[in-house]
Design a protein around this ligand. Structure first.
Ligand code: MSP
Length: 593
């Protein structure tokens, strides 16, 4: 039952909806039966399971994956970006940062795939959902819930959402004729399809111009959502929130789309065609459209339907939703319109990314040109694949996946770059990192005027990096952030090599010995800062580097990336071993592949 705070909050914060129009009476004064129905649904408990705190946790989501086939590297990419954003928040000290991922299990596409596999549909979903969950676990994705659209609380959330839209007068029934793509789970108007010759079968078929996926003609009566009435509200929202969709190119695309006009959206299919889905409340001759069902998953996690105003604000709305460029329209037009229709806050930002291709063609299960992400991680290691995908993966432009590039990036950035640097510093026989840190923890020494010009330049660069990385991450550009971190690795290697501290060791001169310690300190400090910043990208390798350097686990947050912020480190926490031994951060590759 609604508690009194919740009831009061509702009456103050919303107008009462009726089934045919938006009623102008405050809910408290409205006598329409819809408030009773609403109360009934509000009984569904807050399933977020999160304590209601004042400061809303950072909430980030990945798309939920279709379970019609096994995961591929493109899916892993979208998951990794989501995980990097969450781990970045943890690094900054936002310990309640929350990540949602899961599977999209209803709809014609899944129904047909299960039929083809001659498997019971739910068993088919269970099998594939497990694979996506294993992918998240194998890739070290720190998710808080793996949601499935077949989960009971999600079904209840969808039913409630539908009823709310209906009671506010946003749903009507009418005949729909048009082209439907099962693969895209989308209706296309005549202007967006064309006749093509399927190269593999020689068959002529109608296909979507945008995605190339086959469409079939359908004529049916179904329910529609009044999307068209949201045109101005959406445009206003885009105008007021220029960072709503990142990158800017996709924001511009969406604005143009909406400016050119919105048609109402078909949001159900006849149950005679589509059985695998959630029946329309009160009309089981219709099944809810899979995209409406799927999008609601994000708010199911937040405990929708909300029992109180406090519960409504505990997690909702998402701070960032990560999506591929192929699903921008659904997320950045339909989804905010659905939320606006119910006066629910909309997502703060979308990070939209480009695709991975193979030989310049989109990696996709239906084309069959996919990379198995489990094999890739077995072959190169989890953190190496995380690094490669974040480093090379496209935000604006597509990226071509190639094992040759993985080998190149490994050799340059990891084995030859960071790994080599760590090994030379922590295993060096002619110096001691701890002694250097101790000496340089003295302010006078750290800022001494006698410092070599190369050391001064390196210090300046080092001091700037954390803020630059933070800026890129705030702009939702993890790729750029990683490039900035790696530039510091390369410049530190250069500084170390050119400074040649090994040649200084033999000189007893006090000044030379101090400069030697400064070089070791600056190099160690660079590694420390790099490794702290790398934690969202390569959690295990970064932790190993910090262990080798002897950084206390409690001192690995972003606040410690300030130059000189840690004066305790320098004594390894793990055996540094010999070069090439098991403890080596990035050993040489066994073969060149
Ligand atoms: N089920 C919908 C999403 C519903 S969210 C409410 C869906 N599923 S999907 O499995 O086809 O795709 C999931 C995500 O993987 C999307 O963000 C999509 O862009 C991404 N990718 C699929 N293929 C990809 C590449 N080749 N490269 C990068 N990302 C790719 O869409």
């Amino acid at each position: 039952m609604l508690n009194s705070v919740g009831q009061r909050a509702r009456s103050f914060f919303s107008l009462c909806p009726t089934s045919s129009r938006t009623c102008k009476l405050p809910r408290a004064r409205c006598l329409s039966p819809c408030s009773t129905i609403r109360r009934g649904y509000a009984n569904v408990a807050n399933t977020a399971g999160k304590p209601v705190t004042k400061q809303k946790p950072y909430y980030v989501t990945s798309p939920i994956f279709y379970v019609n086939a096994a995961p591929h590297a493109g899916h892993l990419y979208t998951l990794l970006l989501t995980d990097i954003l969450k781990r970045w928040q943890l690094l900054k000290g936002n310990q309640n940062a929350t990540l949602l991922t899961g599977t999209d299990e209803h709809g014609m596409k899944i129904q047909k795939a299960a039929e083809k596999a001659k498997t019971d549909t739910k068993a088919f979903c269970d099998q594939h959902a497990r694979q996506f969950q294993s992918l998240a676990e194998r890739a070290n994705v720190k998710y808080d819930r793996f949601i499935r659209t077949t989960d009971e609380d999600h079904k209840a959330a969808v039913e409630h959402f539908w009823r709310e839209l209906n009671h506010r007068g946003y749903i009507y029934e009418s005949k729909h004729e048009g082209w439907y793509s099962v693969s895209d789970e989308t209706f296309y108007p005549e202007s967006q399809v064309h006749l093509i010759l399927d190269p593999s079968t020689g068959r002529k078929l109608q296909a979507s111009i945008e995605t190339g996926k086959e469409v079939e003609w359908t004529s049916e009566t179904n329910y529609h959502f009044r999307l068209s009435v949201f045109k101005d509200k959406l445009l206003q929202h885009y105008h007021d929130h220029p960072e709503f969709i990142v990158p800017r190119t996709r924001m511009n695309f969406i604005v143009k789309e909406v400016e050119s006009g919105l048609s109402d959206l078909s949001i159900s299919r006849p149950s005679s065609r589509l059985t695998w889905g959630i029946p329309v409340p009160g009309d089981d001759s219709q099944t809810i459209y899979v995209w409406l069902d799927a999008l609601i998953n994000y708010i199911t996690m937040a405990g929708y339907p909300f029992a109180s105003k406090e519960a409504a604000e505990a997690l909702w709305p998402p701070d960032c939703q990560v999506i591929g460029k192929d699903i921008v329209r659904f997320h950045c037009i339909y989804w905010p319109a659905f939320l606006m229709a119910l006066d629910l806050p909309v997502t703060k930002q979308f990070l939209t990314h480009a695709h991975w291709t193979m030989n310049r063609e989109k990696m996709s299960k239906s084309v069959g040109n996919v990379v198995n992400p489990f094999y890739a991680m077995d072959r190169f290691g989890v953190d190496v694949i995380r690094y490669y995908m974040a480093h090379d993966g496209g935000i604006v432009d597509d990226a071509d996946y190639d094992n040759g590039y993985i080998v190149d990036r490994y050799k340059k950035g990891l084995h030859g770059g960071l790994g080599n640097l760590v090994s030379r510093v922590v295993r060096g026989k002619k110096w001691n990192v701890r002694e250097s840190v101790e000496l340089m923890s003295n302010k006078g020494e750290k800022n001494s005027n006698e410092m070599l010009e190369t050391s001064r330049k390196h210090t300046t660069h080092l001091k700037r990096v954390p803020a630059q990385v933070q800026k890129s991450m705030d702009e939702l550009n993890p790729r750029q952030a990683l490039h900035i971190i790696m530039d510091l690795v390369y410049s530190t290697n250069k500084y170390f090599q050119e400074s040649a501290p090994w040649d200084m060791a033999a000189f007893p001169d006090d000044k030379v010995q101090k400069e030697l310690k400064r070089i070791i300190y600056l190099t160690a400090e660079s590694i420390r800062i790099v490794a702290i910043l790398l934690q969202p990208f390569m959690p295990e390798k970064a932790a190993q580097a910090l262990d080798l350097l002897g950084v206390d686990p409690a001192w690995r947050r972003f606040m410690y990336t300030a130059y000189g912020a840690d004066i305790k480190y320098g004594s390894p926490r793990i055996d540094v071993g010999k070069a090439g031994s098991a403890g080596t951060l990035f050993p040489p590759l066994a073969s060149e592949f």
